[in-house]
Design a protein around this ligand. Sequence first.
Ligand SMILES: Cc1ncc(COP(=O)(O)O)c(C=O)c1O
Length: 397
Amino acid sequence: MLAANADRICEAVSRLGSESAFEVLARARALEAKGKRVVHMEIGEPDFDTPQNIKEAGIKAIRENYSHYTPSAGIPELRDTIADYASTFRGMPGAFTRENVVVGPGAKPIIWNTLSALLNPGDELVYADPAYPAYASAASYLQAKVTPIPLLESKNFRLDLEELESKVSARTKVLVINTPHNPTGGVLLRSDLERIADLAQKHDFLVMSDEIYSRNLYVPEFLSIAQLPGMKDRTIIIDGFSKAYAMTGWRLGYALVPAALANVVTLFNNNTFSCVATFVQMAGIEALRGPDTDVVRMNETFRQRRDRLVGGLNQIPKLSCTVPEGAFYAFPNVSHFTKDDKALAKFLLEEAGVACLGGSAFGKAGTGYLRFSYAASFDDIDFALARLREYLPQYKG
Ligand SMILES: Cc1ncc(COP(=O)(O)O)c(C=O)c1O
């Protein structure tokens, strides 16, 4: 949390969280500038380049002067393309239309704008802990009550459903789920989603389902909670282009929401960024309509890297790591080495040249873990494993 400056900065700022990956990245770059080898396993982005056909579409759009403002919800053709893709990919033919789609510069601002459209002060947002920090940050800023529900390592980082059931009530306005999950790589099963859907209907809350890693999956089939009976109209799907298409820096994401909510999220877009860069939206159309081969190829490579990293981590004495079923993160348990995972992550960066994140950066339930992004080359993964084998036994935490 940032400290509010009594002089000028408003008090609400003290309620904002932040993504520590960006701070660690800056420190890692500073060490590199001094000539130290650092492997980057801190930031959650594919190391691949954006596929050629998507880049060409962006360049063509610039040449053809797609350089003017667009509607705040996005170019109609992109919204149609997203609606078609989302309906087909989730096996829900015709479920979504343009009216359900709101486009933003990344999924992150769309999460912010959607929660801003929903949460009154005092409303409850329930979320899985550890979590991507943006949900609790936005909800806290909006003065909502945030209730974390732990993910269980013993259940391969799926939700503690008993705990969830005991915590949700008529006061719960939104439950956030994220499958495949950042930072653990956990994937919710159909049975988990069915139980969550029952609770949502019983207590009349909405489910924000962050599905940005839906194409980074190592189990046979992706299932969205929106596919379950009665859930489409109470689900807010968050998705985007960053992870599946290696487009992190292009900034393009979206929400699929009931039409009335889409109008309000669009109003927040209108009041903040106005619209996403027009040629970026044109490239997004190509990403969804063009060949899918690069997405499949990148995912297969991530699977091989996962096996290399997790296999290697599990050979380190006193360290254990569940096998992630999606996303591109490994979340090993390092509680034998320390109680302070952030200090261990700092030691690994400064001394061993391995940039990773302390699990507690994602919430209290992340304490005692580290997060490694395996969107890194085999060479970097091998270097990291060798360094961990060498440096972890020396750590006096
Ligand atoms: C779970 C989750 N949701 C959303 C995002 C936001 O992605 P972007 O803003 O790049 O679309 C991320 C990025 O790390 C993420 O991990």
